[in-house]
Design a protein around this ligand. Structure first.
Ligand code: HEC
Length: 190
């Protein structure tokens, strides 16, 4: 009992000290490592690195994991180069086409229309894109389609930053599947 009373007394005294402390002074810190981090903060100066920054720039030429660099700039010439150098890394399997359809409907159909005819909702107010089933688009190589999606063309904005590289190739397969009735018809026409 005596101990308990003593404990209460100590607590009361401590809280008294707490109440009357000088507010211009920082509070007492218990286990300061919990809130003052021991390592250097990301944006803090750092005497151990060459450029004096904690967050160091990646070495020139380094590539993030899972990212394949594309060595093409915008423009028709680069699209032509892509048409001869790039091959679709996917087979036109059912899951690839299914994903291509999802991505096409998500990123392209509002302008190009869900069937690729250039009759999307945006086309009512924005210059109407050409049909992806027309002669000109039928003649575009896979690499060219991929390049146009990545970098845009004329009035069409670039979609490289929005559509994952894999999805761009799957969209190319999906465009081919939209075109295939036309292609077959063309082949059949004498
Ligand atoms: C903001 C509307 C818009 C969106 C979104 C859009 N496009 Fe386009 N697209 C256009 C316009 C407009 C053109 C015509 C560009 C030009 O040559 O001036 C075009 C051209 C194209 C062409 C070239 C056709 C040809 O015959 O030359 C292809 C291929 C194409 N788009 C595919 C796509 C794909 C695939 C997507 C989705 C990833 C997409 N576009 C998203 C508006 C759009």
């Amino acid at each position: 009992m005596k101990r308990l009373l003593f404990g209460i007394g100590v607590l009361a005294a401590a809280s008294q000290v707490g109440c009357e402390r000088d507010v211009s002074q920082p509070n007492l810190e218990y286990a300061p490592d919990m809130y003052g981090s021991v390592p250097y903060d990301s944006y803090a100066p750092n005497p151990n690195t060459r450029d004096g920054k904690t967050l160091m720039a990646p070495a020139p030429g380094s590539i993030p994991r899972g990212y394949s660099p594309l060595h093409y700039g915008p423009g028709t010439e680069e699209a032509m180069r892509a048409s001869t150098e790039l091959k679709n890394p996917f087979e036109a399997s059912e899951p690839v086409l299914a994903r291509g359809k999802v991505a096409f409907n998500r990123y392209c159909s509002h302008c190009h229309g869900s069937g690729g005819l250039g009759d999307g909702l945006v086309a009512a107010r924005f210059p109407r894109p050409p049909s992806l089933l027309a002669e000109h688009a039928l003649g575009l190589a896979d690499g060219q389609l991929f390049h146009i999606i990545s970098h845009g063309q004329g009035l069409m904005p670039a979609h490289g930053s929005q559509v994952a590289q894999e999805d761009r190739w799957k969209i190319v397969h999906y465009i081919r599947s939209l075109q295939s009735p036309t292609r077959t018809a063309r082949k059949d026409t004498p």
